[in-house]
Structure formats: structure tokens, C-alpha cells
Design a protein around this ligand. Structure first.
Ligand SMILES: [Mg+2]
Length: 380
């Protein structure tokens, strides 16, 4: 409503002499004045400006002052107009008229003949009112902008707090949160939930032979293979050191074995290149599925870790899956060691293992001593 720093006032009066008098006095007082003899023209201008002061007569042909005032308030309610300070200046001086005028939405009410000093004082009030509203709007916009920036920063911080800096996979903290969520859903809805624990074989040797930077390259390449293979990359995590975990909600152990084997074979076939040196690596995998007897999500991790331990014990670069009957048997994949049916191996998930071309073999609990699910268990 301001032009060249001056507050604009829209004067609306069908009396030409009154319009000119008001215009002269208000211009002398430093205001930018536009005068109309009709309420509709004034409404069109204020709609274009968005806010301002209107000084309007009540009785006019066409749209009178009261109708103009109501129309302005309706536009404000629709947020077409930001803010209008409306003063009725009329010959109607009864209390009933004042009440009706203010009831229509006028901010102020003056009667003709008016006192010029009083009129200017009341217009100053209106100008201050609009200025304060502008400041409030500005502060509100700044507040929303700061809030939006804070939300972006919070999102970035949250991502940093949940992401492994080297590989970009979820970190251990995020893994446990996801594990809790998937475990809760799985137990509540009785969906299968499997967990794959993967560990690069003899990783320390790579660091010792080629240096830690080459080791990091190998780790990142393996992480990318894990991420690419998984149906839900957000459920893959670097558990610690050279160890990864993939959660498979909705998948029985057999399906998780298929995924583990896909990853294992892809890692074995991949050659990382660092500074022109080719570095190959293999990975061992342990698979476990939630069973009704498991106490909590940590037990699932521990069982996957037990299966992984068995895979390491059996020579690495292979996948082991733990049976559902108490971690006493492991199904081995990755080397042709027999037929599941012939060996009478774990009934749970056997069909899927066969479909995945993974043979199974019973293994005693003694050879698959449970270990705690701690990163770097094997160190090899
Ligand atoms: Mg009139």
C-alpha cells in the first residue's frame, strides 16, 4: 500500500467537493491519495494493492460504504486481501449507525462534518496498525523460512547420524532401529523375518598387503554389491568393521539364502581396483529366520552370527543358514556337499534352498558354537 515511502489512502465519496477537500488535506499531511466516487472502483484498486487504508462515505450510488466494507472483509477472509484499515466517514451520526458500521467490519467511524485534526489522528492510528501488521507478517515469514531451513538441517543431521560415513549404508545405530521395527511388525502380524550377516573373508590380509585405502575401496565395492542386490537397500547396514547385515522382512530363510548367495557370488566375481592394483575378496554369509521361540530381535542377530561363524569354520566364501529348531543345525550353501533330502537336513526352508541350488547339510551344535553378535568377531 506504500508508494515512494508514502502510505496510500483510498478516498471514496460521491460528493465531489468532499473528495477534493479530503484529498487536499491528506496530501498536505504527506499521504498518497487516490479518490473515487464509487465503491466498486475502490474495491478493484484495493484488491490489486493487497492492503491499505480506505476512507469511505456511507451513502453512495451503486456500491455504498457499508457494502464496500463487507466486500473488503470477505476478500480478507479469502486471503485475497492482506489487511485493510477501513474508516467510515458519514453524515449518519446515530448510535445505531455507528454500531451497524462497526458491525460491518469498519475499524473506525467518523461523522461529518469532521474535525481535520481528529481525522488525521485516526488515520495515523490506521497507518501504525498496518505498519505493525506488515512487521508481524515479515517476522512470520522469516520464522517459517528459518523453520524450513532447520527442518532441512535436521534431516541432514539425522541422515549423518544414521549413515556409515565410508560406505553410505545404514550404520549400526540405524540397523538396530530398523531391526526393532521389523521385528515388532513380524511378530505382531506373524510375517517371516530373516536376517543375513555377511563378513568379508581375510580382510585384515588385504589391509596388510595393499594398505587401508585399498581396504576401504574393497569395503565400498562390497557395500555397493550388497545394496544393489537387496530388494530394500535401506535395510542393509554396515554392522562394523568388514561386517554387513541385511534385514529381509517378509522373507523366510530360504529366500534370504538366495539373496545371500547372490551377494556372495557377486562379491567373489568382483575385482576391486585401487591405484591400478586389482584386489579380490570373498564373503561369508550367515542366515537366520525369526522363530516363535526367539526371545527378541537380538536373538535373531545372534543366530545369523552363529550361522556366519559356521560358514567361516567351514572354509569361508559360503552361506550357512540356521535351522528353526534351536540353532543345532546349519544348512550350508556355496559348495556341492549333498542333497538336502538325502541328508535329512533342516526341514524349514529346505524347498527354497533346493530352488536356490543350495545344498544343505546337518551340522552339530558343537561345530557352530553360538557367538555374540559383535562386529569383528572373526577378524578374518
Ligand atoms: Mg454520499
Amino acid at each position: 500500500m506504500r508508494e515512494t515511502g508514502k502510505q496510500r489512502i483510498i478516498v471514496v465519496d460521491d460528493d465531489r467537493a468532499m473528495r477534493e477537500l479530503l484529498r487536499r488535506q491528506l496530501v498536505q499531511a504527506g499521504y498518497d491519495v487516490v479518490a473515487y466516487d464509487d465503491g466498486r472502483a475502490a474495491l478493484q484498486l484495493i484488491a490489486g494493492l493487497g492492503s491499505g487504508i480506505i476512507l469511505a462515505d456511507w451513502s453512495m450510488p451503486g456500491m455504498d460504504g457499508l457494502e464496500l466494507c463487507r466486500a473488503v472483509r470477505e476478500l480478507e477472509a479469502l486471503q485475497t486481501l492482506r489487511s485493510v484499515y477501513f474508516i467510515l466517514l458519514t453524515a449518519h451520526g446515530s448510535k445505531d449507525h455507528v454500531i451497524e458500521g462497526l458491525g460491518a467490519g469498519a475499524n473506525d467511524y467518523l461523522t461529518k462534518p469532521y474535525h481535520s485534526g481528529e481525522l488525521l489522528a485516526r488515520i495515523h492510528v490506521g497507518a501504525r496498525f498496518l505498519r505493525l501488521q506488515d512487521e508481524l507478517l515479515q517476522r512470520t515469514l522469516e520464522y517459517h523460512k528459518a523453520n524450513a531451513q532447520l527442518a532441512v538441517l535436521t534431516q541432514k543431521l539425522e541422515k549423518l547420524a544414521n549413515t556409515d560415513a565410508l560406505t553410505g549404508l545404514a550404520n549400526r545405530r540405524r540397523l538396530f532401529a530398523r531391526l526393532g521395527e521389523t521385528w515388532e511388525l513380524s511378530t505382531r502380524r506373524n510375517y517371516p523375518l530373516s536376517c543375513i550377516m555377511l563378513d568379508l573373508d581375510r580382510f585384515k590380509g588385504i589391509n596388510d598387503t595393499h594398505g587401508h585405502d585399498a581396504g576401504d575401496r574393497v569395503l565400498c565395492d562390497a557395500a555397493e554389491i550388497v545394496r544393489s542386490a537387496a530388494a530394500r537397500p535401506e535395510l542393509c547396514a554396515r554392522f562394523g568393521g568388514e561386517e554387513f547385515v541385511v534385514l529381509c522382512p517378509g522373507a523366510p530363510a530360504g529366500e534370504a539364502v538366495v539373496l545371500a548367495e547372490t551377494i556372495r557370488q557377486a562379491v567373489a566375481a568382483h575385482v576391486a581396483v585401487y591405484n591400478g592394483t586389482q584386489v579380490g575378496v570373498t564373503i561369508s554369509c550367515g542366515v537366520a529366520e525369526r522363530t516363535a521361540g526367539m526371545a527378541d530381535a537380538d536373538a535373531l542377530l545372534r543366530q545369523a552370527d552363529t550361522a556366519l561363524y559356521a560358514a567361516k569354520e567351514r572354509g569361508r566364501n559360503r552361506t550357512y543358514v540356521l535351522g528353526c529348531d534351536g540353532a543345532t543345525r546349519a544348512a550350508e550353501c556355496g559348495e556341492p556337499v549333498g542333497n538336502a533330502a538325502q541328508d535329512g537336513a533342516v526341514a524349514h526352508g529346505t524347498a527354497t534352498h533346493q530352488a536356490a541350488s543350495c545344498s544343505t547339510r546337518a551340522a552339530s551344535s558343537a561345530s557352530t558354537t553360538p557367538t555374540t553378535a559383535t562386529p569383528g568377531t572373526f577378524g578374518d
